[in-house]
Design a protein around this ligand. Sequence first.
Ligand SMILES: [Fe+2]
Ligand SMILES: [Fe+2]
Length: 192
Amino acid sequence: MSFYSKTLEASYAKQLDKELRASHAGETGAVWIYRGALCAEFILSLFKIVRSTSETTRFIHQHLKTEKHHLDIFENELPRFRGSFILPLWIGAGFMTGFIPRLLGENWFFYTIYCVEQFVDTHYENQCCQLVMQPNPPSNVIDRLKRCQMDEQHHRDEAGSLMAKKTSLPMQLWGHLVNAGSSTAVSIARFI
Ligand SMILES: [Fe+2]
Ligand SMILES: [Fe+2]
């Protein structure tokens, strides 16, 4: 193998490591979004503020199960990568992204999930496009990312269909914040 192809291969391996780290951080955050939502549901029920509909509770539990499965794929089925050094930050951010909107109401919560999953769908799409362009595309990685992406698309559509009311201006501002936060988190997690 020539020096040039060795250097190129090392650079692709480094790139893959970055991408897997960023998505692993995202899937960790996703698990904690639903844990945050469950915590908010518990608080709401404790103070008997609003009773959650069984549909919302089912949604949270079902999505939590899928996000745990995604995390398991990253931790056990994909090539080894260095995890983000600031995983606790992504856990905290994920928790608040589920906790705050769930406290504010079901419509806020479903809209937040819609925004998050819309972002994640695009994120996986970009990653798969990048990986496909490599000289030796890692099909084991691409297949699994695509599988996760399909689940996220389903999550997005389901959340959108469960929104009972139109989005208010504060909700839209929150949606922008969630998008900007997700984008910043991915950029940072690629490196640390
Ligand atoms: Fe996921
Ligand atoms: Fe998801």
